[in-house]
Design a protein around this ligand. Structure first.
Ligand code: AMP
Ligand code: GLY
Length: 423
């Protein structure tokens, strides 16, 4: 079979690495890919948002399954275009991807189906938002409704901060058109968890849970990033919580999307806050998490191609997922300065050393090849991932490998998975 993966991050390297392992997969392409995907697949220089270019490539090469890693092409309707052309794709249609692409849509759906989430209001006018916020005296979170690379959320302590946040998003447009409307919601307190599930329009198959680390600094300080590290499984999510998530969140989502005539197929990512009052949805994403995918996929023992094909063909009830019981920790190495300004083009050394350690994988994100050298090419550069006999062991192994890799202004959090050790 011929498979095309779309994207160029650590998540796509992990997806391609796992798909390359399947005996069904003869030819594997990644568009546009990075220096890491080049090791397990053939990179194709087509951007993830160039839907016409991707369609032409998939047709010419007779691709059997296209796996969309990133959210932008999903929200733009890549799946609709491919399916119309008779091509098989893993991922939701544009209408279904609104669960991520439009936070106002997601909030409305959750309110309508009584899915537990923070109380919220949506505004498309700054003055109305300002008036509403000024009249509230609880801590609020202000969110751009559109796509903003995981950074469109400002958590505030008081109304003055929330008004400034609304102004920055709606008036100054710091997230561009993603901020033409905002969701203002109550701030929730608790531990966060990411639950990802395969969904084929009827069946639901949750994966093992993970926890992300969004803020840039140790102890969850500083601005939010795309994610600085992850581990799986997480002790906050036990069997009972998983059942609650399935019955109170996943089942109603399947039902709601089917009733709207826009069945959800692909992977649904539920960002949860586990509050004293139970789990509440912070966000939906319409694709794998990055870096959650890295921590989850090194634990998956089943054939990822089979699961994805079954999902695309609505035969998810015929697969069983098997997991490595050992936990995994993924530490992201970033360019100093990220998530704000940072430099690229720095040579990376120590990759082979780190990657040859047992039960350790170095997934590339923002990297590119320059002859034989590997250079930094983005904010998040690498995701160093290790399995261990327990979380402490996996954490120690991941940092041992991460410390073997060097590049100018390399930065990483030193406390990925430490929260799990305190539990
Ligand atoms: P999102 O992109 O919606 O997942 O938000 C990014 C991050 O902001 C989340 O991972 C949380 O850490 C934080 N966040 C979002 N919504 C809330 C909320 N209602 N209460 C507290 N923190 C939140
Ligand atoms: N790690 C968070 C995300 O992928 O959105």
């Amino acid at each position: 079979m011929k498979v095309l993966v779309i994207g160029s991050g650590g998540r796509e390297h992990a997806l391609a690495w796992k798909l390359a392992d399947s005996p069904h997969v003869d030819d594997l392409y990644v568009a546009p890919g990075n220096a890491g995907t080049e090791q397990v697949a053939t990179n194709v220089p087509i951007k993830d948002t160039d839907i016409d270019g991707l369609l032409k490539f998939a047709r010419d090469r007779k691709i059997d399954l296209t796996v969309v890693g990133t959210e932008d092409p999903l929200v733009m309707g890549l799946v609709d275009v491919f399916e119309k052309a008779g091509l098989k794709v893993f991922g939701p249609t544009a209408a279904a991807a609104q669960l991520e692409g439009d936070k106002a849509f997601a909030k409305e759906l959750m309110q309508q189906y009584a899915i537990p989430t923070a109380e919220s209001r949506t505004f498309s006018e700054y003055q109305a938002a300002r008036q509403y916020i000024a009249a509230r005296d609880v801590p609020l979170v202000v969110k751009a409704t559109g796509l903003a690379k995981g950074k469109g959320v400002i958590v505030c302590n008081d109304p003055a901060g929330a008004i400034r946040a609304a102004e920055k998003i709606m008036v100054d447009r710091i997230f561009g058109d993603a901020g033409s409307a905002i969701v203002v919601e109550e701030r929730l307190y608790g531990q966060e968890a990411s639950i990802l599930a395969f969904m084929d329009g009827q069946s639901i198959y949750p994966m093992e849970a993970a926890q992300d680390h969004k803020p840039i600094g140790d102890g969850d300080t500083g601005p939010n990033t795309g994610g600085m590290g992850a581990y799986s499984p997480t002790p906050i999510v036990d069997e009972r919580l998983m059942q609650t998530v399935e019955s109170q969140i996943l089942v109603p989502v399947v039902h709601a999307m089917n009733r709207a005539g826009t069945p959800y197929k692909g992977v649904l990512y539920v960002g949860l806050m586990v509050t004293a009052g139970g789990p509440k949805v912070i966000e939906f994403n319409c694709r794998f998490g990055d870096p959650e995918a890295q921590a989850i996929l090194v634990r998956l023992k089943s054939d990822l191609f089979e699961v994805m094909m079954a999902t695309a063909e609505s035969k998810l009830d015929q697969v069983t997922l098997k997991w490595d019981k050992r936990p995994a920790v993924c530490v992201v190495l970033a360019s100093g300065g990220y998530p704000d300004k940072y430099e690229t083009g720095k040579e990376i050394t120590g990759l082979a050393d780190a990657g040859s350690l047992p039960d350790t994988w170095v997934f590339h994100a923002g990297t590119k090849l320059d002859g034989k050298r590997v250079l930094t090419a983005g904010g998040r550069v690498l995701g160093v991932t290790a399995l261990g006999k327990d979380i402490a062991d996996a954490q120690q192994r991941a940092y041992f490998a991460a410390d073997k890799i060097q590049f100018d202004k390399k930065y990483c959090r030193r406390d990925i998975a430490s929260k799990a050790l305190k539990q």
